[in-house]
Design a binder for this molecule. Structure first.
Ligand SMILES: *[C@@H]1O[C@H](CO)[C@@H](O)[C@H](O)[C@H]1NC(C)=O
Ligand SMILES: *[C@@H]1O[C@H](CO)[C@@H](O)[C@H](O)[C@H]1NC(C)=O
Ligand SMILES: *[C@@H]1O[C@H](CO)[C@@H](O)[C@H](O)[C@H]1NC(C)=O
Ligand SMILES: *[C@@H]1O[C@H](CO)[C@@H](O)[C@H](O)[C@H]1NC(C)=O
Length: 642
């Protein structure tokens, strides 16, 4: 089997456009921006405070003396630049003015630059005091429903004051809730605000927020003129997927969640459904095309894809407890299976890209001489493929056609399970992204076995949960077939998983790619827990990085990063010995070698210490740490006792 990791990662290199604001009926308005404004000396003295918000407020006292501003409370300091970004909203009569914002960038207590869209001059908008001229919030919502066509029934609804409000108009409060609206996920809300129009006029308005499930509408309705909609935006901007999210391995491991816009904006700037030529509304896109292949034949182009419609909503029924006993019945939830397969393949692509799998282009050109370009080479993802059972596979046809992944149904348990819902199996076989190693360098048993091992390790590291620790064991594929598809679970416990380097000798029953991979992934699992114990856990499957670096902050992410970087360093036809050394080197390059103890002790525990060796064909365990290394951490001192 050949691996084709490079193909579709190469396609992201040509991406240029971005997606961001959606469905807004607002016009493009621009704010003024002051780069390196000359800071008046008067301000310097006044802004002696080191509080960035105070500095920002003082700054606008000179830029726009008549404006009243409040902090949005969401200022933050950028790791990369050390600049603190402060955001302010203009207010009038105690109400926010929508579209009247200021932002100030501050470094070392000094204003670096600022921008604003504040109201120029005197504000002539009506005061929020004369009840008679202010439309009731329910009437404002009715106007919005009529003008915007929202699928919402408010004939039985009434407006009630919402929570404690410090601002009281003459006739009532500032905040309302609309009780009894049919069609909304929760009660619509109304807040009295001012709204700055594109021409700079300021109007009293009701800010209406309505969660209609498939869309989350923010509407600004003129509070003085019935039916006058000043602005609207759909906050549910892009695709939604009802899936087991990355981190939930399978239906026994957690629940499906309706995710909105899960694509990472930097790894997939155009989202997942746009291949550069066509913007699909179904499970096709630049990274992969997911369709059923019930008849198991090579024809697939016209097979059914899950359709998300204009709004790209992939929310299809699936009941993991349903007693499915034949494969025909399983077809009833094909759209949910396709959504999952499409989601998992794409999110894993984004994940690896963020983690630093950027060598793709080189590999790609080397292997495919540039003939497989953009767009049309998305991987073929077959759900419920009829050509087999109880497995999954990935292959690249020798003639350079698009790579193909086949996911099968499983009948090894009492009920039929569907590999399309086992993220571990999808990720394992997703070599398009899961095989960052040079694809032409893995066809020996030892090297190919490590390819399998990496493909077990990444999904396993991704399923680590809050509260797990080094005593937690995970079996691969245990939901699909009931017991797991490897000889042992992944475990740091030598009694649960006793495998060591010597197990893979060519005379052993382990001398096949999957068992060899099992031993390699076991070593990496030990390594991961050594780093988890040192750096801690983050529940987010996506890594966060140390300031100004690409070094992941948390244990499992750092482990995945070191493994990934090791793959880039290792020679062609890697062996356990060279791959181990490449991981040690990767740590040296990335961190200056601060994790040498954690890395070596994991390998030494599993017989891949400095004295491990091959003699003829045999693999000889070695449990020694490098002599010069001084390691003091209790955790792995205990572990390295043999
Ligand atoms: C599959 O199961 C369904 C429902 O139990 C049944 O109606 C159908 O005949 C079965 N099909 C086959 C091919 O056994
Ligand atoms: C997307 O990836 C970038 C790093 O490339 C990261 O900074 C950002 O937080 C990610 N976004 C999400 C939503 O995870
Ligand atoms: C599972 O499916 C295969 C292929 O259709 C069949 O040969 C086998 O008998 C089935 N096993 C069970 C337990 O139903
Ligand atoms: C492995 O098998 C070869 C060939 O059968 C044999 O010569 C060799 O002694 C075996 N090695 C071990 C350690 O059993």
């Amino acid at each position: 089997m050949r691996f084709s990791s490079a193909l579709f990662l190469a396609s992201i290199l040509a991406v240029t456009s971005s997606h961001g604001v959606h469905n807004s009926i607002n016009d493009d308005r621009s704010a003024t921006y002051l780069s390196n404004p000359s800071v008046p000396s008067r301000l310097d003295r006044r802004a002696a405070s080191s509080d960035p918000v105070q500095i920002a407020l003082a700054h606008f006292k000179t830029v726009s003396p008549s404006a009243t501003l409040r902090s949005n409370g969401d200022s933050y300091t950028s790791d990369d630049s050390g600049i603190t970004h402060v955001y302010l909203t203009q207010t009038h009569n105690g109400l926010d003015i929508i579209n009247a914002q200021g932002n100030v960038n501050i470094k070392n207590g000094k204003v670096v630059s600022s921008g604003n869209s504040l109201v120029n001059g005197k504000i002539n908008a009506p005061a929020p005091v004369r009840r008679a001229t202010i439309i009731d919030p329910l009437e404002a919502l009715k106007g919005a429903i009529q003008k915007m066509g929202y699928d919402l029934d408010v004939t039985q609804a009434r407006a009630v004051q919402d929570g404690f409000s410090t601002m009281r108009t003459a006739g009532g409060a500032k905040n309302y809730r609309i009780e009894g609206a049919k069609g909304a996920v929760e009660d619509p809300k109304a807040e009295l605000v001012y709204y700055q129009t594109a021409t700079g006029e300021v109007k009293l308005a009701w800010k209406l927020t309505t969660d209609l499930d498939e869309s989350y509408m923010l509407t600004y309705a003129n509070a003085n003129v019935a039916g006058d909609i000043l602005g609207a935006a759909n906050l549910v901007s892009e695709a939604q997927y009802n899936v087991y999210p990355l981190g939930v391995n399978d239906p026994s491991d957690g629940k499906r969640v309706l995710l909105t816009d899960p694509a990472n904006e930097s790894a997939s700037p155009r989202g997942w459904h746009d291949d550069g030529t066509t913007k699909y509304t179904d499970t096709r896109g630049n990274n992969g095309r997911a369709q059923e292949n019930w008849d198991g034949t090579p024809d697939w182009e016209n097979n059914h894809c899950a359709e998300g419609g204009e709004k790209q909503v992939f929310n299809f029924p699936y009941d993991p407890k349903a007693h499915i006993t034949n494969t025909t019945e399983a077809r009833g939830y094909i759209d949910a299976a396709l959504s999952q397969l499409f989601y998992t393949s794409n999110i894993y692509h984004d994940f690896l890209e963020v983690l630093g799998f950027t060598e793709a282009a080189g590999n790609f050109e080397e292997l495919n001489s540039g003939s497989l370009g953009m767009g049309g080479d998305a991987v073929q993802l077959n759900a419920q493929d009829g050509s087999g059972m109880n497995n999954a596979n990935f292959m690249t046809p020798p003639d350079g056609q698009r790579p193909r992944m086949r996911m099968y149904l499983w009948n090894s348990t009492e009920i039929i399970t569907d590999g399309d819902f086992d993220n571990g199996i999808i990720l394992h076989d997703n070599r398009l992204t899961g095989g960052p190693a040079r694809t032409d360098c893995l066809y020996t048993i030892e090297a190919g076995g490590m390819g399998e091992g990496w493909s077990d390790f990444f999904p396993t590291a991704l399923r680590i949960k809050p509260g797990d620790n080094r005593k937690t064991n995970y079996a691969m594929g245990d939901w699909a077939n009931g017991v797991g598809i490897r000889p042992h679970p992944y475990s740091t416990d030598m009694k649960v998983n006793p495998t060591t380097y010597s197990w893979i000798g060519p005379n052993s029953t382990y001398w096949k790619v999957h068992p060899v991979g099992h031993v390699w992934a076991t070593m990496l699992y030990d390594l991961m827990w050594n780093l988890e114990d040192k750096f801690g856990y983050s529940p987010n499957p996506f890594p966060t990085f140390r300031k100004n670096t690409r070094i992941p902050k948390h244990g499992r992410h750092l482990a995945m990063k070191l493994v990934l970087e090791g793959m880039k360093l290792q020679p062609c036809f890697p062996t356990f010995l060279t791959a181990r050394d490449a991981i040690v080197d990767a740590d040296y390059q990335l961190t200056g070698g601060e994790n040498a103890c954690e890395i070596w002790s994991a390998f030494a525990k599993r017989g891949l210490g400095v004295d491990a060796r091959t003699e003829g064909n045999d693999k000889i365990d070695g449990f020694k740490m490098p002599e010069k290394l001084k390691c003091h951490n209790k955790n792995y001192e205990v572990e390295t006792q043999h």
